[in-house]
Design a protein around this ligand. Structure first.
Ligand code: 5GP
Ligand code: MG
Ligand code: MG
Length: 177
């Protein structure tokens, strides 16, 4: 799979170090708050699995599945495919995302969890592509900033592939052009 990649941005060791730092930051704030960790499927599944094992305090874990429709660069439409099973009323919610790109997904999720009565909502994103933002939103916790390229690995796919790549990498343009 690495032969389809232009460049490795972050190695598994670099990822593990950063995930441990994020876990320590979250622990400071949430160790006594019993938060709901919400993983946004499917891209954030691997990040979530690593991150929550850095949290040595009580949490609940749930997942949500959403889809954007229209072309990724122009769509403001996000559709809910699977909602939470947990009642988040008066609970702190930590959204775990793979990557914040345009920010449209994040905007939808923040509104959705506010409607469900969350006590507080923060976002922890493994990656941030700030160059492509369409809505003025930022994640509260970010693993790494990435350039405006198509990223795969560590949960992120292209056409359902590469999620199991242990590193985070830039996909060669020739794969999708
Ligand atoms: P948004 O544009 O709404 O901020 O991001 C929506 C979703 O698009 C992300 O959660 C992610 O699933 C996908 N996405 C955005 N940029 C990339 C990228 O570079 N690589 C991959 N694999 N997915 C991306
Ligand atoms: Mg996502
Ligand atoms: Mg995808």
């Amino acid at each position: 799979m690495y032969q389809d990649c232009e460049q490795i941005l972050f190695t598994p060791d670099e990822i593990a170090t950063r995930v441990a730092e994020l876990g320590a930051e979250l622990t400071k704030t949430y160790h006594d708050q019993y938060p709901v960790i919400v993983t946004v499927m499917t891209g954030a599944a691997i990040f979530t699995a690593d991150l929550i094992r850095q949290l040595n305090f009580p949490i609940s874990l749930d997942y949500i599945d959403i889809a954007s429709y229209g072309s990724s660069s122009t769509s403001h439409n996000v559709r809910l495919l699977r909602d939470l099973a947990t009642d988040i009323t008066d609970r702190p919610v930590i959204i775990v995302e793979d990557i914040i790109d345009t920010g449209n997904s994040l905007q939808f999720l923040l509104q959705h969890f506010a409607n469900r009565g969350a006590k507080s909502i923060v976002t922890c994103a493994m990656l941030d592509k700030p160059g492509r933002r369409e809505v003025d939103l930022e994640a509260d916790y970010v693993g790494f900033k990435v350039p405006d390229e198509f990223i795969v690995g560590y949960g992120l796919d292209y056409n359902h592939q590469y999620r199991n790549l242990p590193a985070i990498a830039i996909l060669k343009h020739e794969i999708y052009d």
